[in-house]
Design a protein around this ligand. Structure first.
Ligand SMILES: Cc1cc2nc3c(=O)[nH]c(=O)nc-3n(C[C@H](O)[C@H](O)[C@H](O)COP(=O)(O)OP(=O)(O)OC[C@H]3O[C@@H](n4cnc5c(N)ncnc54)[C@H](O)[C@@H]3O)c2cc1C
Length: 269
């Protein structure tokens, strides 16, 4: 291949300014009819509460299963060691949290779409290996003709936001110049397209917005929220995770009952 002359992309400023947000995809599914039938057959008094989330019911069931801490329908105890049991989901999970019976909270999944988060954010998030699953936008498949970018408050406070926008626009322009120089739009071979797209990934900004679908169990949700809402956490992390905590507290008041309320400085979608 001879020398490639890259055309200038035209100096347009098309950067798309976005706001990172956590979107709830799923808070788990309901109990299977087979399980509900099993409870009936066992003549256990405990039933999942319809006013409580599926996962919090599941955590309670998991804990009670360990100690057989439920009564039979006739009021007697299954476990004859017991003389009383804790009633209610909130108090039951309170005790689970106090005694750190953490494995109970590992059942089931909460699935969150972190939308328009930077690769700075995702690089930190994927360090959480335990109790998680993830699927992220492919930098080898997806082209960056228009860069999506969130400018954090600190950059405005430093008075360099316009400078940042100029840098992103110039990068975007360079990237388009390379695409045009290599004639990617007329390229028929997908593996060459992928090679070009993948090469561009090396010069695309770290702050580029993309998406990651992330599953937590209750235990990893608690751990990650605690770590990533702390004042020591990275700015975008705090921004997004405080919104997530706010949303999760509404979904899971028992699971997050001991969390310190976070102040939000952002719009919640
Ligand atoms: C403020 C801050 C600054 C950071 N700075 C850096 C940095 O400069 N460089 C850098 O590389 N990383 C940095 N990190 C990342 C950090 O070191 C962790 O890798 C990341 O936060 C994932 O958390 P975790 O280890 O709790 O993992 P998780 O996967 O969430 O693990 C959950 C918990 O399981 C247990 N666990 C997990 N794996 C093991 C294991 N192999 N052995 C024993 N116990 C285990 C631990 O108790 C752990 O806390 C930083 C994180 C924060 C919050």
């Amino acid at each position: 291949m001879g020398t490639i002359y890259f055309k200038n992309g035209g100096g347009t400023k098309d950067m798309i300014e976005v706001t990172p947000q956590p979107i709830i995809v799923s808070t788990g599914v309901g109990f299977h009819h087979e399980f509900l039938k099993w409870i009936e057959n066992e003549k256990i008094e405990w039933r999942p509460s319809p006013s409580i989330s599926f996962l919090e019911n599941l955590y309670e069931f998991a804990g009670r299963l360990c100690y057989e801490s439920w009564k039979l329908e006739d009021g007697s105890f299954v476990n004859k060691n017991l003389t009383k049991i804790r009633e209610g989901n909130f108090d039951y999970i309170k005790n689970i949290l106090e005694v750190d019976h953490g494995s109970v909270l590992e059942h089931g999944s909460i699935v969150i779409l972190f939308h328009n988060v930077s690769r700075v954010f995702t690089h930190e998030l994927v360090r959480h290996r335990v109790g998680t699953a993830m699927s992220q936008t492919s930098g080898r498949y997806v082209r960056y003709d228009n860069i999506k970018f969130w400018i954090p408050p600190s950059i405005y406070e430093l008075g360099v936001a316009d400078h940042f926008k100029d840098i992103i626009a110039a990068t975007e322009d360079t990237i388009r110049g390379i695409y045009d120089g290599l004639d990617i739009n007329n390229e028929k071979n997908f593996s060459i397209k992928k090679k070009i797209t993948s090469a561009i990934r090396r010069i695309a900004p770290n702050g580029l917005a993309n998406n990651i679908l992330f599953s937590f169990n209750g235990r990893s949700l608690r751990h990650i929220l605690k770590m990533r809402t702390s004042p020591q956490a990275e700015e975008e992390m705090q921004f997004v995770m405080k919104i997530l905590q706010y949303k999760m507290e509404k979904e899971f008041p028992s699971l997050l009952q001991d969390f310190i309320k976070q102040s939000l400085y952002c719009k919640i979608l």
